[in-house]
Design a protein. Structure first.
Length: 205
């Protein structure tokens, strides 16, 4: 069952990789580069052909997982207005100052540059000892403040209220139960609830 937030993710990532020449993946959250990341997601393999025509680089704060660039999101190692596109997927909850991080991403993007972000709201604790902590959760109101300077902004909830509740519990790994909760979200209108797992965000500077 294809979820609307997954469709949004694939369509916006495809747009970025087709329309922009240089893409910096902060934290490697796209999870398609086995050799420069600590995680790989085979379900994202659809993006691999699109990367062939793009200067795609992973930026990480530590060298441990062989990123292309070692750098801090609070002080990105790029000139003002110099980057075509940025990906920041499941990163901002792990940084000490997400407001400064958002300002930095805006600063380095070219006018008309693209930024794709995923942030959690109702989501379990997921720090990784020795690599990153888990500090923040984000409402839609927070996103409006963080990214107020961007000229365009699209925000899509990831999961409705019931599926979010199931995902947090012991049955959250069951595709059948999650699918049932998703159908109930649609039937009851809870798919539009602000009680969501998180948000996919597409922005244009």
């Amino acid at each position: 069952m294809t979820r609307p937030w997954d469709t949004f993710f694939k369509e916006r990532i495809t747009r970025i990789l087709k329309e922009k020449e240089t893409v910096i993946d902060i934290g490697g959250g796209l999870r398609v580069a086995k050799d420069k990341n600590n995680r790989y997601d085979k379900k994202r393999a659809w993006a691999l052909p699109l990367l062939e025509g793009v200067d795609y680089k992973v930026l990480d704060p530590v060298p441990d997982y062989n990123p292309d660039i070692v750098g801090d999101i609070h002080n990105l190692p790029f000139e003002d207005d110099s980057v075509d596109a940025l990906l920041c997927i499941a990163v901002l909850e792990h940084v000490e100052n997400p407001i400064q991080a958002a300002k930095e991403m805006y600063r380095v993007l070219k006018p008309g540059g693209y930024l794709f972000v995923y942030v959690p709201f109702l989501y379990y604790y997921h720090a990784e000892k020795g690599y990153y902590g888990d500090y923040w959760r984000f409402t839609k109101d927070t996103l409006d403040v963080l990214f107020r300077d961007f000229s365009e902004k699209e925000i899509v909830s990831v999961r409705g209220a019931l599926e979010t509740w199931v995902k947090l519990g012991p049955l959250g790994r069951s595709a059948f139960i999650c699918g049932l909760a998703h159908m109930l979200d649609k039937l009851t209108g809870k798919i539009q609830s602000a009680q969501t797992s998180g948000y996919n965000v597409f922005l244009v500077k």
